[in-house]
Ligand binder design. Structure first.
Ligand SMILES: [Ca+2]
Length: 287
């Protein structure tokens, strides 16, 4: 089909709108898969958990809470990182050192996660019935206030209906938290979900993609030097992967992570898994 936006003022408005919508649908679908493109060079860091013994964590990481490599589910190979149930608190592995210096303040992250079904709901008797659960966080000094902050790069808040939003969330040690949220349009699934995110200190930008689709509600592009309500640093002092829920979650979430990768350009799906984002996008992640 050859769609053209008509120039004539006499062209019916509804027809213009219909054509424009059609164009958006076509170009929007292409953009989700192609922009920004995945890098052709390997990422700087990859962890697929295959070379770590079950019950251990990979070398280079430190563990907090009940988290270890397991072989009951995997996205790649036979193993993944399993986050065991806990009412709340951190169950995660933390990376420090040279890789963070190499990544600096501009990098992409990628991982897959799956959530055991049924997953916990917030305590309905709570005055604030939500469960805030962080999958990926980085610690740093604020470029604006030079104090300690944690930046949550893959982060969710679940409501009492069991739907969740994605959020960009910054938790300073001694100031109020802040962030930017998507609608509560998503549900945890036990399908492997592809999460990709980017941070850029130079432009104070943050973007998140789930199964190849951008979560535009959390997107930030504040511009150079405009740190307010972003506070992306030139370098991170650690990156943590796992789950940390801050409100009680009953018997607790059980979550698996696999194929963590970090690089200067978009990483995309694991090799040979190129069909996954398109297929997964139609899965019931978004309602
Ligand atoms: Ca694996």
């Amino acid at each position: 089909m050859n769609h053209r936006i008509p120039r004539s003022d006499s062209f019916p408005l509804f027809a213009s709108a219909a054509l424009f919508g059609c164009l958006l649908a076509i170009t929007g679908r292409a953009a989700a898969a192609d922009i920004p493109p995945a890098s052709k060079t390997p990422p700087l860091f990859v962890e697929n958990f295959e070379s770590t013994s079950v019950g251990q964590i990979p070398s280079g990481f430190t563990a907090t809470g009940k988290v270890a490599v397991a072989d009951d589910f995997s996205n790649s190979g036979k193993k993944s990182l399993k986050i065991d149930a806990a009412q709340k608190g951190p169950r995660r592995i933390t990376l420090k050192g040279d890789i963070l210096t190499k990544l600096g303040g501009q990098f992409w992250g990628r991982l897959y996660y799956r959530v055991q079904q049924p997953f916990p709901l917030p305590d309905p008797a709570s005055s604030n019935p939500v469960i805030h659960a962080t999958f990926v966080a980085g610690s740093a000094l604020s470029p604006q206030f030079n104090d300690s902050i944690e930046i949550r790069m893959l982060d969710t808040v679940e409501n009492k209906q069991g739907a969740h939003q994605y959020i960009y969330n910054v938790q300073p040690k001694s100031r109020p938290e802040f962030g930017k949220q998507s609608p509560y349009s998503y549900h945890y699934t036990d399908a492997w979900t592809l999460a990709e995110w980017s941070v850029d200190e130079a432009t104070q930008s943050y973007h998140l993609y789930i199964n190849g689709q951008e979560i535009t509600g959390v997107a930030l592009d504040k511009g150079a030097g405009n740190f307010t309500k972003v506070e992306l640093p030139k370098v991170f002092t650690s990156l943590s992967f796992g789950l940390y829920n801050y409100q009680p979650a009953g018997t607790g979430f059980v979550v698996w992570l696999d194929d963590i990768a970090l690089g200067k350009e978009r990483i995309g799906p694991v090799a040979g898994d190129a069909a996954k984002p398109a297929a997964a996008a139609s899965a019931p992640v978004q309602k």
